[in-house]
Unconditional design. Sequence first.
Length: 380
Amino acid sequence: MRATFRLGRIAGVPVGVNWSVLFIFLLIAWALAANQFPRAYPHRPTWEYVLAGLVAAVVFFLGLLAHEVSHAVIAKRNGLQVEGITLWLFGGVSELRGEARDPGAELRIAGIGPLVSLLVGAFFGAIAVVLTLAGQRGLVLGSLAWLAGINILLAIFNVLPAAPLDGGRLLRAAVWKATGDRTKASVVAARAGWVLGALLIGLGLVQFLTGFGVGGLWLALIGWFLIGAAGVEERQARMGSALHGVRVGDVMTPQPQTASADMTVADFIDHYLFAYRHSTLPLTEDGRPIGLVTLDRVRGIPADRRGTATLGEVSCRAEDLVLARPEEQLNDLLPRLSQCADGRALVVTDQRLVGIISPSDISRAVQRGSLRDQMAGSRR
Protein backbone atom coordinates (compact mmCIF):
# COMPACT_ATOMS: atom_id res chain seq x y z
CA MET A 1 0.00 0.00 0.00
CA ARG A 2 1.65 3.22 -1.19
CA ALA A 3 1.43 6.48 0.73
CA THR A 4 -0.16 9.45 -1.03
CA PHE A 5 1.67 11.91 1.20
CA ARG A 6 4.13 11.76 4.10
CA LEU A 7 3.54 12.99 7.64
CA GLY A 8 7.16 12.81 8.76
CA ARG A 9 8.99 10.38 11.03
CA ILE A 10 8.03 8.79 14.33
CA ALA A 11 10.66 6.80 16.24
CA GLY A 12 12.83 7.11 13.14
CA VAL A 13 10.23 5.48 10.87
CA PRO A 14 8.69 7.32 7.88
CA VAL A 15 4.92 7.67 8.29
CA GLY A 16 2.59 8.18 5.34
CA VAL A 17 -1.11 8.34 4.60
CA ASN A 18 -2.94 6.84 1.64
CA TRP A 19 -5.77 8.84 0.07
CA SER A 20 -8.30 6.16 1.14
CA VAL A 21 -7.92 7.35 4.75
CA LEU A 22 -9.91 10.46 3.83
CA PHE A 23 -12.88 8.27 2.88
CA ILE A 24 -13.00 6.32 6.13
CA PHE A 25 -12.22 9.46 8.17
CA LEU A 26 -15.20 11.31 6.70
CA LEU A 27 -17.38 8.21 7.07
CA ILE A 28 -16.56 7.91 10.79
CA ALA A 29 -16.99 11.63 11.45
CA TRP A 30 -20.31 11.68 9.56
CA ALA A 31 -21.65 8.57 11.35
CA LEU A 32 -20.85 10.10 14.74
CA ALA A 33 -21.95 13.67 14.00
CA ALA A 34 -25.12 12.85 12.04
CA ASN A 35 -26.37 9.74 13.79
CA GLN A 36 -24.82 8.40 16.96
CA PHE A 37 -24.20 11.61 18.90
CA PRO A 38 -27.54 13.32 18.04
CA ARG A 39 -29.46 10.19 19.13
CA ALA A 40 -27.55 9.87 22.41
CA TYR A 41 -27.37 13.60 23.19
CA PRO A 42 -30.28 15.41 21.48
CA HIS A 43 -31.01 19.14 21.28
CA ARG A 44 -27.40 20.27 20.88
CA PRO A 45 -26.15 22.78 18.29
CA THR A 46 -25.07 21.13 15.06
CA TRP A 47 -21.56 22.50 15.32
CA GLU A 48 -21.02 20.60 18.58
CA TYR A 49 -21.89 17.29 16.91
CA VAL A 50 -19.61 18.07 13.98
CA LEU A 51 -16.73 19.11 16.22
CA ALA A 52 -17.10 16.05 18.43
CA GLY A 53 -17.25 13.75 15.39
CA LEU A 54 -14.15 15.27 13.81
CA VAL A 55 -12.14 15.18 17.04
CA ALA A 56 -13.15 11.57 17.74
CA ALA A 57 -12.16 10.54 14.19
CA VAL A 58 -8.77 12.26 14.50
CA VAL A 59 -8.04 10.62 17.86
CA PHE A 60 -9.14 7.25 16.47
CA PHE A 61 -6.55 7.50 13.70
CA LEU A 62 -3.92 8.58 16.20
CA GLY A 63 -4.70 5.35 18.05
CA LEU A 64 -4.24 3.39 14.80
CA LEU A 65 -0.93 5.15 14.31
CA ALA A 66 0.17 4.21 17.84
CA HIS A 67 -0.77 0.59 17.04
CA GLU A 68 1.45 0.54 13.93
CA VAL A 69 4.30 2.47 15.52
CA SER A 70 4.44 -0.12 18.29
CA HIS A 71 4.84 -2.87 15.66
CA ALA A 72 7.65 -0.89 14.04
CA VAL A 73 9.49 -0.20 17.29
CA ILE A 74 9.43 -3.83 18.43
CA ALA A 75 10.39 -5.02 14.94
CA LYS A 76 13.45 -2.76 14.99
CA ARG A 77 14.38 -4.04 18.44
CA ASN A 78 14.21 -7.57 17.05
CA GLY A 79 16.61 -6.84 14.22
CA LEU A 80 14.21 -6.02 11.36
CA GLN A 81 14.41 -2.91 9.21
CA VAL A 82 11.23 -0.88 8.93
CA GLU A 83 10.75 0.85 5.59
CA GLY A 84 7.75 2.87 6.75
CA ILE A 85 4.19 2.99 8.06
CA THR A 86 1.18 3.75 5.89
CA LEU A 87 -2.35 4.44 7.13
CA TRP A 88 -5.07 3.45 4.68
CA LEU A 89 -8.71 2.38 4.31
CA PHE A 90 -8.52 -0.73 6.49
CA GLY A 91 -6.17 0.59 9.17
CA GLY A 92 -2.41 0.64 8.91
CA VAL A 93 0.49 -1.28 7.41
CA SER A 94 4.01 -1.52 8.79
CA GLU A 95 6.40 -2.25 5.92
CA LEU A 96 8.98 -4.59 7.42
CA ARG A 97 12.10 -5.66 5.57
CA GLY A 98 12.81 -9.34 6.15
CA GLU A 99 11.22 -11.91 8.44
CA ALA A 100 11.27 -12.48 12.19
CA ARG A 101 14.24 -14.67 13.07
CA ASP A 102 12.31 -16.99 15.39
CA PRO A 103 8.77 -17.61 16.75
CA GLY A 104 9.50 -15.52 19.83
CA ALA A 105 10.31 -12.44 17.77
CA GLU A 106 7.20 -13.05 15.64
CA LEU A 107 5.10 -13.24 18.83
CA ARG A 108 6.50 -10.00 20.22
CA ILE A 109 6.15 -8.05 16.96
CA ALA A 110 2.57 -9.23 16.34
CA GLY A 111 1.32 -9.06 19.91
CA ILE A 112 2.36 -5.51 20.73
CA GLY A 113 -0.15 -3.88 18.34
CA PRO A 114 -3.36 -5.31 19.86
CA LEU A 115 -1.91 -4.71 23.34
CA VAL A 116 -1.39 -1.02 22.55
CA SER A 117 -4.95 -0.73 21.15
CA LEU A 118 -6.27 -2.39 24.30
CA LEU A 119 -4.33 0.01 26.51
CA VAL A 120 -5.56 3.01 24.49
CA GLY A 121 -9.14 1.78 24.89
CA ALA A 122 -8.65 1.22 28.62
CA PHE A 123 -7.18 4.72 28.98
CA PHE A 124 -10.19 6.42 27.40
CA GLY A 125 -12.52 4.07 29.27
CA ALA A 126 -10.96 5.01 32.59
CA ILE A 127 -11.37 8.73 31.86
CA ALA A 128 -15.01 8.12 30.90
CA VAL A 129 -15.63 6.25 34.17
CA VAL A 130 -14.06 9.06 36.20
CA LEU A 131 -16.23 11.67 34.45
CA THR A 132 -19.33 9.54 34.99
CA LEU A 133 -18.60 9.22 38.71
CA ALA A 134 -18.11 12.98 38.83
CA GLY A 135 -21.58 13.43 37.41
CA GLN A 136 -20.49 14.63 33.97
CA ARG A 137 -22.69 13.97 30.93
CA GLY A 138 -22.62 15.11 27.35
CA LEU A 139 -20.66 14.86 24.13
CA VAL A 140 -17.24 14.73 25.79
CA LEU A 141 -18.26 11.64 27.74
CA GLY A 142 -19.87 10.14 24.65
CA SER A 143 -16.70 10.70 22.59
CA LEU A 144 -14.52 9.13 25.25
CA ALA A 145 -16.82 6.13 25.57
CA TRP A 146 -16.83 5.63 21.80
CA LEU A 147 -13.02 5.85 21.64
CA ALA A 148 -12.75 3.33 24.45
CA GLY A 149 -15.11 0.91 22.76
CA ILE A 150 -13.69 1.20 19.24
CA ASN A 151 -10.09 0.67 20.39
CA ILE A 152 -11.00 -2.35 22.50
CA LEU A 153 -13.00 -3.73 19.57
CA LEU A 154 -10.01 -3.10 17.30
CA ALA A 155 -7.76 -5.03 19.68
CA ILE A 156 -10.19 -7.97 19.82
CA PHE A 157 -10.65 -8.08 16.05
CA ASN A 158 -6.89 -7.94 15.44
CA VAL A 159 -6.18 -10.97 17.64
CA LEU A 160 -8.51 -13.21 15.64
CA PRO A 161 -6.24 -16.09 14.51
CA ALA A 162 -6.23 -15.35 10.81
CA ALA A 163 -3.73 -13.69 8.45
CA PRO A 164 -3.15 -10.87 7.68
CA LEU A 165 -4.43 -9.81 11.11
CA ASP A 166 -2.05 -9.66 14.05
CA GLY A 167 -3.78 -12.77 15.37
CA GLY A 168 -2.70 -14.54 12.20
CA ARG A 169 0.89 -13.65 13.07
CA LEU A 170 0.35 -15.02 16.57
CA LEU A 171 -1.08 -18.23 15.08
CA ARG A 172 1.91 -18.45 12.76
CA ALA A 173 4.29 -18.04 15.69
CA ALA A 174 2.52 -20.86 17.58
CA VAL A 175 2.51 -23.26 14.62
CA TRP A 176 6.11 -22.33 13.79
CA LYS A 177 7.13 -23.07 17.38
CA ALA A 178 5.28 -26.40 17.37
CA THR A 179 6.45 -27.66 13.96
CA GLY A 180 9.69 -25.79 13.32
CA ASP A 181 8.43 -25.07 9.79
CA ARG A 182 7.87 -21.37 9.07
CA THR A 183 6.39 -21.99 5.62
CA LYS A 184 3.82 -24.44 6.98
CA ALA A 185 2.95 -21.98 9.74
CA SER A 186 2.44 -19.19 7.19
CA VAL A 187 0.17 -21.38 5.06
CA VAL A 188 -1.93 -22.35 8.10
CA ALA A 189 -2.36 -18.70 9.11
CA ALA A 190 -3.22 -17.68 5.53
CA ARG A 191 -5.87 -20.38 5.17
CA ALA A 192 -7.35 -19.35 8.51
CA GLY A 193 -7.58 -15.83 7.05
CA TRP A 194 -9.43 -17.20 4.03
CA VAL A 195 -11.94 -18.96 6.29
CA LEU A 196 -12.51 -15.86 8.42
CA GLY A 197 -12.95 -13.74 5.30
CA ALA A 198 -15.55 -16.16 3.90
CA LEU A 199 -17.43 -16.12 7.21
CA LEU A 200 -17.47 -12.32 7.29
CA ILE A 201 -18.75 -12.15 3.71
CA GLY A 202 -21.53 -14.60 4.52
CA LEU A 203 -22.46 -12.79 7.73
CA GLY A 204 -22.38 -9.41 6.01
CA LEU A 205 -24.65 -10.55 3.18
CA VAL A 206 -27.11 -12.07 5.66
CA GLN A 207 -27.21 -8.81 7.62
CA PHE A 208 -27.74 -6.78 4.47
CA LEU A 209 -30.52 -9.02 3.18
CA THR A 210 -32.30 -9.05 6.55
CA GLY A 211 -32.44 -5.27 6.81
CA PHE A 212 -29.29 -4.26 8.69
CA GLY A 213 -28.36 -1.81 5.94
CA VAL A 214 -24.90 -0.90 4.66
CA GLY A 215 -23.24 -2.24 7.81
CA GLY A 216 -23.57 -5.71 6.38
CA LEU A 217 -21.96 -4.64 3.09
CA TRP A 218 -19.07 -3.10 5.00
CA LEU A 219 -18.56 -6.41 6.85
CA ALA A 220 -18.60 -8.27 3.53
CA LEU A 221 -16.04 -5.81 2.13
CA ILE A 222 -13.70 -6.50 5.05
CA GLY A 223 -14.15 -10.24 4.44
CA TRP A 224 -13.33 -9.80 0.76
CA PHE A 225 -10.16 -7.91 1.68
CA LEU A 226 -9.12 -10.64 4.13
CA ILE A 227 -9.54 -13.36 1.51
CA GLY A 228 -7.44 -11.43 -1.00
CA ALA A 229 -4.71 -10.61 1.51
CA ALA A 230 -4.64 -14.18 2.84
CA GLY A 231 -4.19 -15.53 -0.69
CA VAL A 232 -1.28 -13.15 -1.25
CA GLU A 233 0.33 -14.23 2.02
CA GLU A 234 0.08 -17.93 1.14
CA ARG A 235 1.66 -17.33 -2.27
CA GLN A 236 4.42 -15.25 -0.68
CA ALA A 237 5.07 -17.98 1.89
CA ARG A 238 5.43 -20.65 -0.78
CA MET A 239 7.59 -18.35 -2.88
CA GLY A 240 9.74 -17.57 0.15
CA SER A 241 10.27 -21.29 0.74
CA ALA A 242 11.28 -21.84 -2.89
CA LEU A 243 13.73 -18.92 -2.75
CA HIS A 244 15.25 -19.80 0.62
CA GLY A 245 19.03 -19.40 0.47
CA VAL A 246 19.01 -17.85 -3.02
CA ARG A 247 21.05 -14.67 -3.33
CA VAL A 248 20.42 -11.73 -5.63
CA GLY A 249 23.68 -12.42 -7.45
CA ASP A 250 22.55 -15.97 -8.22
CA VAL A 251 19.63 -14.87 -10.41
CA MET A 252 20.50 -11.41 -11.70
CA THR A 253 21.31 -10.65 -15.32
CA PRO A 254 24.89 -9.31 -15.11
CA GLN A 255 26.19 -6.21 -16.86
CA PRO A 256 22.92 -5.12 -18.52
CA GLN A 257 22.85 -2.79 -21.49
CA THR A 258 22.51 0.83 -20.32
CA ALA A 259 21.78 4.22 -21.85
CA SER A 260 22.13 7.90 -21.07
CA ALA A 261 19.28 9.91 -19.60
CA ASP A 262 19.83 12.48 -22.36
CA MET A 263 18.91 10.05 -25.14
CA THR A 264 15.60 10.81 -26.83
CA VAL A 265 12.80 8.29 -26.91
CA ALA A 266 13.04 8.22 -30.72
CA ASP A 267 16.75 7.29 -30.57
CA PHE A 268 15.96 4.55 -28.08
CA ILE A 269 13.31 3.08 -30.39
CA ASP A 270 15.52 3.35 -33.49
CA HIS A 271 18.84 2.13 -32.08
CA TYR A 272 18.17 0.10 -28.93
CA LEU A 273 14.72 -1.44 -29.08
CA PHE A 274 15.40 -3.99 -31.82
CA ALA A 275 19.20 -4.15 -31.59
CA TYR A 276 19.26 -5.50 -28.03
CA ARG A 277 15.71 -6.82 -27.58
CA HIS A 278 15.59 -5.63 -23.99
CA SER A 279 12.27 -4.58 -22.46
CA THR A 280 14.04 -2.65 -19.72
CA LEU A 281 16.94 -0.24 -19.93
CA PRO A 282 18.78 1.17 -16.89
CA LEU A 283 20.02 4.74 -17.17
CA THR A 284 23.47 5.40 -15.77
CA GLU A 285 25.83 8.29 -15.17
CA ASP A 286 29.50 7.40 -14.62
CA GLY A 287 28.39 3.85 -13.88
CA ARG A 288 25.84 4.87 -11.25
CA PRO A 289 22.16 4.01 -11.87
CA ILE A 290 19.98 7.12 -12.12
CA GLY A 291 16.81 5.79 -13.75
CA LEU A 292 15.02 2.90 -15.40
CA VAL A 293 13.02 2.83 -18.65
CA THR A 294 10.59 0.11 -19.72
CA LEU A 295 8.65 -0.43 -22.93
CA ASP A 296 5.42 0.45 -21.12
CA ARG A 297 6.80 3.88 -20.24
CA VAL A 298 8.02 4.47 -23.80
CA ARG A 299 4.72 3.30 -25.25
CA GLY A 300 2.92 5.97 -23.23
CA ILE A 301 4.76 8.82 -24.97
CA PRO A 302 2.80 10.28 -27.94
CA ALA A 303 4.53 9.82 -31.31
CA ASP A 304 4.86 13.58 -31.85
CA ARG A 305 6.84 13.98 -28.60
CA ARG A 306 9.27 11.08 -29.02
CA GLY A 307 11.79 13.18 -30.93
CA THR A 308 12.18 15.66 -28.05
CA ALA A 309 11.29 13.69 -24.89
CA THR A 310 14.35 12.20 -23.20
CA LEU A 311 14.61 8.89 -21.41
CA GLY A 312 15.36 10.78 -18.21
CA GLU A 313 11.94 12.44 -18.43
CA VAL A 314 10.01 9.19 -18.79
CA SER A 315 12.07 6.89 -16.57
CA CYS A 316 11.43 5.60 -13.08
CA ARG A 317 13.05 8.31 -10.97
CA ALA A 318 16.34 7.75 -9.14
CA GLU A 319 14.70 8.02 -5.72
CA ASP A 320 12.17 5.33 -6.70
CA LEU A 321 14.75 2.81 -7.90
CA VAL A 322 14.99 -0.48 -6.02
CA LEU A 323 18.66 -1.18 -5.37
CA ALA A 324 20.12 -4.44 -4.10
CA ARG A 325 23.52 -5.98 -3.42
CA PRO A 326 24.65 -9.26 -5.03
CA GLU A 327 25.08 -10.94 -1.63
CA GLU A 328 21.59 -9.94 -0.42
CA GLN A 329 19.00 -12.69 0.05
CA LEU A 330 16.42 -12.63 -2.73
CA ASN A 331 13.62 -13.06 -0.18
CA ASP A 332 14.65 -9.79 1.45
CA LEU A 333 14.43 -8.00 -1.89
CA LEU A 334 10.93 -9.14 -2.91
CA PRO A 335 8.90 -6.84 -0.57
CA ARG A 336 10.75 -3.81 -1.97
CA LEU A 337 10.00 -4.45 -5.63
CA SER A 338 6.67 -2.61 -5.35
CA GLN A 339 8.47 0.67 -4.62
CA CYS A 340 8.86 1.30 -8.36
CA ALA A 341 5.92 0.40 -10.59
CA ASP A 342 8.30 -1.23 -13.09
CA GLY A 343 8.89 -4.18 -10.76
CA ARG A 344 12.64 -4.41 -11.40
CA ALA A 345 15.64 -4.11 -9.13
CA LEU A 346 19.08 -2.82 -10.04
CA VAL A 347 22.05 -4.61 -8.48
CA VAL A 348 24.94 -2.41 -7.38
CA THR A 349 28.39 -2.81 -5.91
CA ASP A 350 30.06 0.32 -4.54
CA GLN A 351 27.20 2.33 -6.10
CA ARG A 352 28.05 1.04 -9.59
CA LEU A 353 25.56 -1.01 -11.64
CA VAL A 354 26.53 -4.69 -11.95
CA GLY A 355 23.20 -6.37 -12.77
CA ILE A 356 19.43 -6.25 -13.02
CA ILE A 357 16.62 -8.47 -11.74
CA SER A 358 13.31 -8.75 -13.59
CA PRO A 359 10.08 -10.61 -12.78
CA SER A 360 11.20 -13.28 -15.28
CA ASP A 361 14.41 -13.85 -13.32
CA ILE A 362 12.42 -14.28 -10.12
CA SER A 363 9.92 -16.60 -11.80
CA ARG A 364 12.72 -18.86 -13.03
CA ALA A 365 14.28 -18.87 -9.57
CA VAL A 366 10.94 -19.87 -8.01
CA GLN A 367 10.54 -22.72 -10.50
CA ARG A 368 14.03 -24.02 -9.76
CA GLY A 369 13.51 -23.66 -6.02
CA SER A 370 10.21 -25.55 -6.20
CA LEU A 371 11.91 -28.41 -8.08
CA ARG A 372 14.66 -28.43 -5.46
CA ASP A 373 12.10 -28.66 -2.64
CA GLN A 374 10.25 -31.45 -4.43
CA MET A 375 13.46 -33.44 -4.84
CA ALA A 376 14.36 -32.87 -1.20
CA GLY A 377 10.89 -33.99 -0.13
CA SER A 378 11.05 -37.17 -2.24
CA ARG A 379 14.39 -38.13 -0.69
CA ARG A 380 12.87 -37.85 2.77
